[in-house]
Ligand binder design. Sequence first.
Ligand code: AHG
Ligand code: MN
Ligand code: MN
Length: 316
Amino acid sequence: MASAERGQTKYQVNLRRYLRESGVDRDLIRIICEIANASKYIINAIRTGDLGVAGTSNLYGEQQLALDVLSDRIIQKRLMFSGVVAKMASEEVDEIVEVTVPTNGRYSVAFDPLDGSSLVDVNLAVGTIVSIYEGDNLLQPGRNQAASLYVLYGPRTTMVVSTGNGVHEFAMNQLMEFDLVQENITLEGPARIYAPGGLRSKYTEGTEKFVRSLEASGTKLRYSGGFVPDINQVLIKRGGVFMYPHLNGLPSGKLRLLYELNPMAYLVEQAGGAASNGKQRILDIEPEGLDHCAPVFIGTQESVALAEQFIREQEG
Ligand code: AHG
Ligand code: MN
Ligand code: MN
């Protein structure tokens, strides 16, 4: 397997080469590299684009697209012409997106082109989340994913990816290519940080008790309001828990199974962590539609088991 360091010589291993040397299927590599390419344009739009609202025009009289719509177009186009994608689903589109150009696509891709786009105006980190399945069925349990990844647009642009063989981090270099930063990120032990989404006053008894137990054991609060940076922190700091629980009045929480939860659950499980809706493994949920939402507790196995225990005791 490729490594950032061999013997005494340190050198960069880029994303494509790393995946190739890991024996990943060629078409799957193509999809991951198309996303890597798309992210160059997305980060450029985030950094330099007007914070225009969809439907308004810019200095040159051109129609402006909101950044999430623009990101969606960029990714759709790259996947559409990749020749290896059968079907697509985007958080920005209500229906499955058919690939209208000739393709031998053996994979289907669900993506959230720009998660947390409402954080761009306050200059906080945002991300792209991608879930990949073999075949043309996007409505199946997340455990069947062939790969998942996210790109985080923070002070640096990074990609965290798994093709079912551990979780690896890459960072965009001056040439806007992704180089390996670290292989086999793992999550262990109790949570040292926690990221609680949703209004606390709407928490149910089980979640409230879980959060109190985290506070009592000195777990630090680290919540940015962006799912990608919040999960990235849990992974890179190697121990934490993120939740967007079921709320009073919002029993399915906020986050979407297809575009947000399944890809993140796949990565976190690949890192040795767990993801649950409080009662059931996220990756075992049968999606009922493209917009299926579920509560989520995701992070180290120990912390997710604790959340499940409080919910079972308090809520049955
Ligand atoms: P999106 O921008 O794709 O609609 O979703 C944002 C998500 C996610 O990034 C974050 O965890 C959550 O919304 C935050 O929601 P609250 O503002 O309700 O805490
Ligand atoms: Mn989202
Ligand atoms: Mn989005």
